[in-house]
Design a protein around this ligand. Structure first.
Ligand code: NAD
Ligand code: WQD
Length: 338
């Protein structure tokens, strides 16, 4: 089956391309390269030994999407393309609604016109808002605390309406928890522009001496050690979740399905620091800073629905996440010095 990956040059998209190719899919990437580089695709090609067409285009350009779908005889779309920085979304909400919401609308319009009605969408655990109970299952009420989260919620609702109006669609909404780490080859990984917003890439850069210290955002939460608890999931496990979801869309008799992709296990910021230090024999200088606005104390998934319906379960633990993140960071250092 031929699959179009929007945002395929990005962090999650590139790892999913590897997993989909390993599972026998033919992959075409569609990306405007606003937050990625074409070299990521070349690296996926060298990992998989497979040529991957890259269409440089914007999902808001419906005609360009339509051309990509027809030129490549695409049968399903995995839709990663989007902007994802929470802080930036507060400053530039129009950009986020335009890119994420209007972009997804243009994409599904083009798909409908071409008769491609199989879609996997990258949503986020951010749609659960402030947890009312734990672990978070897919039936937990949804809400948003920032424009980024609202774009994910609006897209989920839009997809729900589309599936209700035409039950011929097969849509899988994947709510990711906290994806971290890198492919074993260390050829692809997470390399954000500027100062990272997320914990794991920040820790990696502190370990590499590219940043002086980590600020731990709050140690007075109602958690075992006072720091925030999250469900970190290895990027390769997450990628395999997409393969399972895509396969399920051909067998499940339901126009829209929602699945959490998480491990079900929460770790605190201090757990993350200590594991990274131990596994990689490095030191992470840190200081306690004030809470980051909008953060919740604890967030972790119930992965039961994905296990039962997709047969998917994360298998890689925290040590593997920390080791692979560090391998990738060191590879970046070699690349930058070479
Ligand atoms: P990323 O920025 O690495 O990848 C996104 C890709 O989409 C980039 O290559 C970018 O150039 C491309 N893109 C953005 N807007 C586009 C547009 N209008 N047209 C074409 N291409 C466009 O981010 P990622 O971490 O790989 O995230 C992928 C998806 O998963 C996003 O939708 C994100 O919101 C979602 N998500 C990410 C996380 C996370 O922690 N990384 C968590 C939950 C959900
Ligand atoms: C994890 C923990 C921080 C950085 C975000 C988005 C979410 C999703 C995943 C896209 C928290 C603490 C962090 C730092 C710290 N993305 N922290 N110092 O906030 O769970 O989720 O990324 O959909 O929508 O909100 O992830 O990695 O930013 O933070 O102490 O420098 O690390 O307070 O407890 P988060 P994160």
């Amino acid at each position: 089956m031929k699959v179009l990956l929007t945002g395929g040059a990005g962090y999650i998209g590139s790892h999913c391309a590897v997993a989909l190719i390993a599972a026998g899919y033919q992959v075409v990437c569609f990306d405007n390269l606003s937050n990625s580089r074409p070299q990521a695709i070349e690296r996926v090609e060298s990992i998989t030994g497979t040529r991957i067409p890259l269409v440089v285009g914007d999902i808001r350009d419906r005609e360009a999407v339509r051309r990509a779908l027809t030129d490549h005889a695409i049968e399903a779309v995995v839709h990663f393309a989007g902007l994802k920085a929470v802080g930036e979304s507060v400053e530039k909400p129009m950009l986020y609604y335009d890119n994420n919401v209007r972009g997804t609308l243009a994409l599904v319009e083009a798909m409908a016109e071409c008769g491609v009605r199989r879609l996997v969408f990258s949503s986020s655990a951010t749609v659960y808002g402030q947890p009312q109970y734990l672990p978070l299952d897919e039936a937990h009420p949804t809400s948003a605390t920032n424009p980024y989260g609202r774009t994910k919620l609006m897209i989920e609702e839009m997809l729900g309406d589309i599936a209700a109006a035409d039950p011929g669609w097969r849509i899988g909404v994947l709510r990711y928890f906290n994806p971290v780490g890198a492919h074993d080859s260390a050829l692809i990984g997470e390399d954000p522009n500027g100062v990272p917003n997320n914990l794991m890439p920040f820790i990696s850069r502190v370990a590499a001496g590219r940043l002086p210290e980590l600020s731990v955002f709050g140690d007075d939460y109602d958690t075992a050690d006072g720091t925030g608890v999250r469900d970190y999931v290895h990027i390769v496990d997450l990628a395999e979740g997409h393969v399972a979801a895509l396969a399920a869309l051909t067998t499940i008799d339901r126009p829209l399905s929602i699945w959490n992709l998480g491990t079900g296990q929460g770790y605190s910021v201090l757990d993350m620091i200590r594991s990274f230090e131990r596994v990689n024999a490095v030191s992470i200088p840190y200081r306690i800073a004030s809470r980051r606005p909008g953060d919740v104390a604890t967030c972790y998934a119930s992965p039961a629905k994905a296990r039962d319906e997709l047969g998917w379960q994360a298998s890689r633990g925290l040590d593997a996440m920390c080791a692979s993140a560090w391998r990738f960071e060191r590879m970046l250092a070699t690349r930058n010095s070479g």
